[in-house]
Design a protein around this ligand. Structure first.
Ligand code: BGC
Length: 811
């Protein structure tokens, strides 16, 4: 069952039923100011950091789900309704929510009144703009009463939910014409405030929640709205809000357009006060003025659309399969931008107060994003590398506002350092900007300890090389990519976190996933050294990698697949010998991507085993058989019910590793099949089962052992976005950025005849036509660039600004 449809020409998903199986959300903003907005207007906004600078309140895990947002109440006689359906849930005569690229538009109608509400964050603005149009489509005159509503948060969203003895006394507001200011704690220590304005005179307002809603009422029936009478309240403590009241008379056919601005301002020290206790509002007024007419708001929205035209023009495909094309050309790239912006901080599954930016997560997100805005990727690399320690290990997470590592979660996730090699080499290949390697980058944010970025890579590589266990395989530390495989933890206390609790000393647990990662990114490191003319260092790295390959073959092969690990006691994890968890996905993915033992047929065997034991119709599960009891020496993985999360869930993040592995042995049909199983556009028809948005990937789909296989959770912020982008764009469609040009190495379904990729690469526009006359999956037989046949499969670099025609024939 579907709840809407894709409008590919408009680049929108159109939701036609407000009661979706879960709130289906969108993101506003791409730079510093962000909003989360659901298909019923729920959500919140923040400046840079959802924990420290949250403007509006959001209560997660609420009943009913998803209440609280930017709400507009239309009172038409006795009927009160919302253009986004919630919170009144008054049945609408027409409802449509279009989630587009960085904007959402609600179009609804009730009793002959039409409403259109478009919400977006204009480029370069620290504000949301809401353009609201009310139109009388009935035959009689209408006297409408309109109430806007947002509820302010105290900006440290964490204490907002904990420290009521303080918070309920600090609220302060100012009311200035049609602008309502929230200035709690704006004194010597704080220079930021928020405001909500409308570009028309108002006939009333409220800034105190209790006065507006009533203490015993809810968002669905605020007393001021019910009675059609604002209280003109001024908040002193308790819960400040902002609500405008407008009386709107519309003759038949008449419409009224309004522009609301919900913004954030920081004042410099010398511009803090207008007079004693009164904030200097010049910056807010400047921001409001930028969008104080419909023309200005429309122009800002058009600019945003142009921006997306430009961003998406970096990679465009035409395969003839509309689902593939919409994933590649629109939604996957869009999700990559969002995960790059948010890491794992703020979604409808991540509260914005817990995790900040993950070290491993952000490095992986970068590979999905680097072709869009490479300058931002550059800064991100430097921010991430600045949280690395001198020994090459790293803080597992850092806070976006301060850019400092989170001490509470600390370090020792031993896969972390190697992801930096992935992101830096991806950046170099995309941009050719070698200067980044010379940038002076601190360790643990201490400038005194800075070295060139290149040295960070050496230390990343060496951290693994120097932390090997008894089988010559990398020590796992707290955990590797799989946060829940805690081999040194031995937790018996249900109140402690597996991720932060003290690990048992003397742990020798080793990871085959990190081994594969070391081979793959160690080779990248060695290749980079060669490029830089560091032949000795390259040879040293190649030597270490060769040793690792031998260790994997000797100690990491179980007969039909790669082991997952050795536990604290040196026992095999992910082996036929085990009762549960005989086979895991991560080591199959990484060891096959690294092509370990490919010549001896190990990759093929391992991938066949994945197909037999882990794959199911909804994707590839993480392990099999699922754990049915808690295994103290494995940790959190065995606490989940079978089929969920890391315990045999379809953890979508690592499905692409297997798909890429399949391309390494030339099995394009299989690789494409795996890609399709989890790609949301292919799951749209089963939206009632899948439950999450059909336009973005979810972190997890319940696996074959679950109560309800196929049910997804945790949409949006997942490494799945970047990895699927890499899979489809580089390994299936086969257009791979490389140091000296674009390498073409498609691995496609054998029945594909032809497709075209338009790729912008280092300022050059390439049109690449791939033809498959003999129905193969892989193998470039002929490469013609601008009518000249070239050997091999590398399209060379050209001068920026030029355009080139490429023909690739497979066979
Ligand atoms: C985390 C990743 C981790 C994955 C598997 C995600 O929630 O963000 O860092 O690799 O879970 O445990």
């Amino acid at each position: 069952m579907k709840y809407g449809y894709f409008d590919d020409a408009a680049r929108e998903y159109v939701i036609t039923e407000p009661k979706t199986p879960w709130p289906w959300i969108n993101y506003l903003g791409n730079e510093e100011f962000f909003g989360l907005i659901s298909n019923t207007g729920g959500g919140y906004c923040f400046y840079k950091d959802a924990k420290f600078r949250r403007l509006t309140r959001y209560r997660y895990n609420n009943v009913p789900v998803d209440v609280g947002g930017r709400y507009y109440y239309v009172k038409d006689g006795d009927v009160v309704w919302n253009p986004g359906f919630k919170p009144t849930q008054t049945p609408l005569d027409k409802y449509e929510c279009r989630h587009g690229l960085s904007y959402s538009r609600f179009s609804s109608e009730k009793n002959g009144v039409g409403a259109e509400l478009t919400c977006f964050v204009p480029r370069g603005a620290t504000a949301e703009v809401h353009k609201l149009t009310l139109e009388n489509r009935s035959g009689a005159g209408k006297s409408l009463k309109l109430f806007s509503f947002v509820e302010w948060c105290l900006w440290n969203a964490q204490t907002d939910m904990e420290n009521f003895q303080r918070n309920l006394s600090v609220g302060e507001v100012e009311i200035d014409g049609s602008t309502l200011y929230h200035k709690s704690e704006y004194k010597e220590r704080r220079n930021h405030y928020a405001f909500f304005s409308v570009n028309a005179p108002i006939q009333g307002f409220d800034t105190d929640r209790e006065s507006f809603i009533g203490l015993h009422d809810g968002f669905e029936a605020p007393q001021a709205v019910r009675e059609g009478a604002p209280r003109n309240s001024e908040a002193h403590g308790w819960s400040p809000i902002a609500s405008h009241y407008l009386e709107i008379d519309l003759a038949p056919g008449e419409k009224r357009e309004l522009v609301f601005v919900l913004g954030y301002v920081e004042n410099p020290e010398e511009e803090k006060w207008e007079s004693k206790g009164v904030i200097d509002k010049r910056r807010a007024k400047g921001l409001i003025e930028r969008f104080d007419s419909v023309e200005k708001a429309d122009a800002a929205l058009a600019e945003l659309k142009n921006r997306w035209d430009g961003l998406l023009a970096g990679y465009r495909v035409c395969t003839g399969d509309e689902k593939t094309d919409r994933m590649v050309n629109i939604w996957n790239q869009y999700q990559c931008m969002v995960t790059f912006n948010m890491s794992r901080s703020a979604s409808f599954f991540e509260s914005g107060i817990g995790r900040g930016m993950g070290f491993r997560d952000s490095n992986q997100d970068l590979v999905g994003f680097v072709h869009q805005v490479p300058e931002r990727a550059r800064q991100r690399i430097i921010d991430i590398a600045s949280t690395q320690f001198e020994d090459g290990s790293a803080y597992h997470q850092y806070q976006p506002l301060t850019k400092r590592g989170n001490a509470e979660i600390g370090s020792n996730f031993n896969d972390d350092p190697l992801w930096l090699i992935l992101s830096v080499t991806a950046y170099l290949k995309e941009t050719g900007d070698w200067s980044i390697l010379e940038e002076s980058v601190p360790y643990d944010n201490d400038e005194a300890k800075a070295t060139p970025l290149f040295e960070h890579l050496t230390r990343s590589f060496d951290f693994t090389a120097k932390h090997l266990g008894p089988h010559g395989l990398p020590l796992i530390g707290r955990a590797d990519w799989n946060d829940c495989l805690n081999l040194n933890c031995f937790s018996t206390d249900p109140n402690e976190s597996f991720q932060t609790t003290e690990n048992k000393a003397g742990g020798q647990a080793e990871s085959l996933m990190i081994a594969g990662q070391f081979v793959l990114y160690g080779r990248e490191y060695a290749r980079l050294c060669r490029k830089l003319g560091k032949a000795e260092e390259a040879a040293r790295a190649e030597g270490e990698v060769a040793k690792m390959v031998e260790s994997v073959k000797k100690h990491g092969w179980d007969g039909k697949w790669f082991l997952r690990a050795y536990d604290f006691f040196g026992k095999k994890v992910g082996s036929e010998e085990n009762e549960e968890g005989k086979i895991f996905i991560e080591s199959q993915g990484f060891c096959t991507m690294a092509e370990i033992g490919k010549e001896e047929g190990l990759c093929e065997k391992a991938l066949d085993s994945v197909g037999e034991r882990l794959a199911c119709e909804h994707g590839i599960v993480l392990n099999n058989p699922a754990f049915t009891k808690y295994v103290i020496e494995y940790g959190e993985i065995s606490t989940y019910p079978p089929g969920y999360k890391e315990n045999a869930g379809i953890f979508c993040h690592n499905n692409p590793w297997v798909a890429i592995g399949e391309t390494r042995i030339g099995r394009g049909d299989k690789a494409f099949d795996y890609w399709k199983r989890i790609a949301p556009a292919y799951r749209e028809e089963i939206s009632d089962l899948h439950r999450m948005e059909p336009y973005v990937y979810s972190q997890m789909i319940a696996g074959k052992d679950a109560f309800k296989p196929g049910e997804a959770k945790n949409s949006w912020l997942t490494g799945t976005a970047a990895w699927n982008w890499v899979t489809i764009s580089q390994y299936l469609l086969g257009i791979q950025p490389d140091y000296a040009g674009l390498r073409v190495d498609p691995c496609i379904p054998s029945d594909w005849k032809e497709y075209v990729v338009d790729r912008r690469f280092r300022g050059v526009q390439y049109r690449i036509v791939v033809k498959n006359p003999s129905g193969v999956c892989r193998g470039v037989k002929r490469l013609v660039v601008d009518a000249e046949e070239l050997p091999g499969n590398l399209i060379p670099l050209f001068e920026a600004g030029t355009k080139h025609e490429v023909e690739v024939v497979l066979g």
